[in-house]
Design a protein around this ligand. Sequence first.
Ligand code: APR
Length: 242
Amino acid sequence: MKDHANQKLPLQGVRGAHIVILTGAGISAESGLKTFRDSDGLWEGYNIEDVATPEAWQRDPALVQQFYNERRKSVLEAEPNAAHYALAKLEGKYKVTIITQNIDDLHERAGSTNVVHLHGVITRSQSSKNARLTYPITGWELGMDEVCELGSPLRPHVVWFGEMVPMISTASQICAIADLFILVGTSLAVYPASGLINYVPDEIPKYIVDPKVPTVYNVANVTKIEAKATVGVPELVSELMR
Ligand code: APR
């Protein structure tokens, strides 16, 4: 990044400082997983209301299961990209918390060890009776006949539209104690995730990496990096690791 070449980044050399990163679908775009708002309102050809709401699950659970089985297959076939790996590298020098809106497990597969999934993770299932009961899914298919220990059908462990986001208060507390904040690949179109940047104190440096950086209102100390994740993130990380 030319304009940072001579500028000392705020945390260079500050070992152990806490870097908080909020990621969205854009960080997985170059791994071949489509973003949401670039696909004219459909999600892989489905209407959100038909596959990603509690009402859809009540109405046609088999269609919902099929949709997430297809998504899970794509996730398992995808590989982490240079941006995921660069963020994992930060752990060699800093305390790092990744808060992701993504339901893929690419951050974990790239080596990040502290990932908060705001919207759940597609590689796990959850009891349709008690959301706190979650289970790993081996392979890509979750069958309609699979049940939890309470005997109720297993659904994908993802937060559907209209459902509460159980991890949001944890995530906001983490943002409030960041020493540096990085936002990668999110349009900030979906609340409450989009409000997390407002929990980061004014004086904390914030970096936004996105080819089309979203507008943020009333947020201080923002540096915009208009670049794809696989370009902007490794560059930023290499400067932080110097
Ligand atoms: N590198 C970085 N950013 C990218 C790239 C890329 N290669 N390609 C696209 N982007 C950016 C887009 O410019 C956009 O700002 O990624 C962002 C994707 O925005 P969305 O599609 O809205 O995805 P996201 O912000 O993660 O959506 C949030 O909405 O649909 C719900 O629950 C779903 O978690 C999702 C939430």
